[in-house]
Design a protein around this ligand. Structure first.
Ligand code: AMP
Ligand code: MG
Length: 332
């Protein structure tokens, strides 16, 4: 199949209406979209990504009201959170209605829903007239795509089209919260933090153990995606908790590695180096993380060492833990 790269919303709508897959920009990462109400189309997402069929998808809408037919009921807490954080990088898990095909939710009785803030995404969903099921538009296990070029690298020839737009402004996937029971649980950290949500609802938000711990007992896993290897370059990744200078000495004495660290570290490092932003800007780190992980493979080295700073953003730490398969050196 030839993958069309286009900026035409009309073309994207035409292909989605035919049950084809279109990679779409959002403020978080590029998504691989299909008509959420068309079972055959959604099946193609799992095939193109090589995604395990027990890992459910996020459903994207363009206005808050569009959630009503997709869920059993809209609890007042969820309404309040939607009013505050939508459109934006937050996904809510609620009890699903019968309208959502089982394949979307991997057989679960709940569905993950998000209202993205990027204008082109909302316009596309509006023009299409149905919700879009869309996981990240990468091959399963690879770093999520934050530019249309990343999508091409992974899915060229496997999907009908890419709706080309600017790079993603947030750069990591949405925060996922589970509202099917109380208290609210955070299943995946993103730009919107547990603290922000908790301050707003004036209630505790429990951060799921899997966010920053390895969970070996699958019965304890509330979000199926947590079970799988994620965000990995082909090169082995090891995280290193250390000061800038110690880290530089360590990587400089190791000829077969790539150093992944902050802009401020570059002056000490004289081996292959990839920056994931300024140490002082969490927004930079979120935005650049996946592109940095993809760059690692360009160097053809045996190993990539990533420096962890003490106050690292939880969403960045969560993705790095998975990229490294929880391989962390605590001190040098
Ligand atoms: P992605 O589509 O790559 O952004 O991944 C979506 C994430 O949301 C995965 O980690 C899924 O496991 C999670 N997810 C989607 N639907 C549900 C649900 N109904 N219950 C729990 N987690 C969900
Ligand atoms: Mg993903």
């Amino acid at each position: 199949m030839k993958t069309l790269v286009t900026d035409s919303l009309e073309k994207a709508v035409e292909l989605l209406s035919k049950g084809e897959l279109v990679a779409i920009p959002t403020e978080t990462v590029y998504g691989l979209a299909a008509d959420a109400l068309n079972e055959t189309a959604v099946k193609k997402i799992f095939e193109a990504k090589g995604r395990p069929s027990d890992n459910p998808l996020i459903v994207h809408i363009s206005e808050i009201e569009e959630i009503i037919p997709l869920i059993k009921n809209f609890p007042s807490m969820a309404q309040k959170i939607a009013q505050k954080f939508w459109p934006g990088p937050l996904t809510m898990i609620l009890k699903k209605s019968d309208l959502i095909p089982e394949i979307v939710t991997a057989g679960l009785d709940s569905v993950a829903i998000r209202l993205p803030s990027m204008p082109v995404t909302r316009e596309l969903i509006k023009k299409f007239g149905h919700p879009l099921a869309a996981p990240s538009a990468n091959l399963s296990g690879r770093p999520s795509p934050t530019s249309y070029r990343h999508v091409l690298d992974d899915l060229d020839g496997k999907i009908a089209a890419i709706l080309k737009s600017e790079d993603c402004s947030v750069g990591v996937e949405s925060t996922v919260i589970d509202l099917t029971s109380t208290p609210v649980h955070l299943l995946r950290p993103g730009k919107i933090t547990a603290e922000e949500i908790s301050d707003f609802i004036e209630e505790k938000v429990i951060i799921d153990k899997s966010v920053d711990h390895f969970v070996s007992d699958l019965k304890e896993v509330r979000s199926p995606g947590v079970k799988y290897k994620h965000y990995s370059p082909k090169t082995k990744v090891v995280l290193v908790k250390s000061s800038s200078k110690k880290f530089a000495n360590f990587v400089n004495s190791n000829p077969d590695c790539v150093a992944v660290a902050f802009d401020e570290d570059s002056k000490y490092i004289n081996t292959e180096f990839v920056s994931y932003g300024s140490e002082s800007s969490q927004n930079d780190q979120l935005r650049l993380l996946f592109d940095s992980l993809r760059k690692i493979d360009n160097f053809n080295k045996k190993i990539a060492y990533v420096r962890l700073a003490p106050n690292l953003n939880l969403a960045v730490f969560n993705r790095l833990l998975r990229a490294s398969a929880f391989n962390v050196i605590d001190d040098l």
